[in-house]
Design a protein around this ligand. Sequence first.
Ligand code: MEV
Length: 336
Amino acid sequence: MTVQVIASAPGKVTLFGEHAIVYGEPAIVTAISRRLYVKTALRSDKNLKISAMDLKIPGIVLTFISDTGELTLETDYGRVVSAVSYIKKAVELTANYVGEMKGANIEVRSTMPVGAGLGTSAAVAVATVASYAYALGYELSQREIAKLGHRTELEVQGAASPMDTSIATYGGTLYIKPRTGEPIIEHLKLKNEYPIVIGYVERKSTTKELVAKVKRLKRKREEIISTIIRLIGKVTEEAKKALLKGNVVEVGELMNINHGLLDALGVSTKELNDLVYAARQAGALGSKLTGAGGGGCMIALAPGRIAEVSTAISIIGGAPMDTQISAKGVTVEIQK
Ligand code: MEV
C-alpha cells in the first residue's frame, strides 16, 4: 500500500512590526488555528502531480528533467503560476538538499483563504518541504525546514523576511529580529488570553507590490519613512514587554499606534480602515491591519467582545473569522 505523508502548517497573523521587519526592525507574529495541509505520496516515475482545489489548482503535472533537480512543466498552467511556484520550488530545493529526486502526488488543502495575508504561501512552502522530505525518508529538523521554506519564498518572491516561514515552522508566538545570517527568534510565553477576531476584505495588491511601494516612498522621503519604520520597531519592543506582562490594555493601545504608522506608510485601504475603526467602536481594545495590507486582513483584540466585534465587521462588508492564537507549528503524520 502507498504510504502518504501529511504535513500541516499554521497560518499566521502579525501582531506587530510588518513592513518594518523588511528593514531589520523586529516583529511579533503568532500562529493561528487555521492550517494548510500538504499530502505527499511517492510515485515510481519522475512526475510531480499537484492538485490543490482550495488554491484553485485542479491538477498539474511537472517532471524532473535532469539530475540538477529542476522541475519542468508538462502542461500549461497559465494563471495559477503563483501558487504552483511555491510547491515546485519547495520540492526542487528539498530534493537537492537531501540529494534524491522522486516523483510524487501532492495534494494541498487549506482551511484559510489564500492570498489574504495569513501567510498561506509560507505555510505551503514549509508544509511541502516537510511532507516531501519525510516521504523520501528524511525527518528534517525545524531549523532545516524553516531555512528551506524561507529559501523557497526568497526564490519565488525575490524578497521576503524570514517571519512567515519561521512562524509556519515553529508555531506559537515569536519575536523575530532579522540579522545577517540567521534571524534572532525568541518564543514568547504569553501571560494572558488574547482573544482575537480576524476581519477579511478583498485584497487589491500583492505583498510584493506593497513592499515595493514602501521602498519607493522610503527612497523619496528617506528621513520621514525611516523614522516611521524605526518607530514601528519601538512599538514592537514595547508590545513585547506588554505581552510578557499580560497587560492586554497596553497591547491594544500599541496595536492602534502600529496601525496608524502602517497607514502612514500607505499600505492600508479605506475598507481596512473601516473595519479597524468599526472593531474599536464595538469594544475592541485595539485593532490594526495585519500582513502586507492593500486589503486582506485586520485583527482586533477583543476580550469579552468577540461576538460584537465580529458582527460589526460583517455589517460593513468584512468577513469575520474566529481563531485561536499561538497554535502549533509544522506537524507531520503518516497514513498507511
Ligand atoms: C507580509 O506578511 C509581511 C511583510 O512584512 C513582508 C515580509 O515580512 O516579507 C509586509
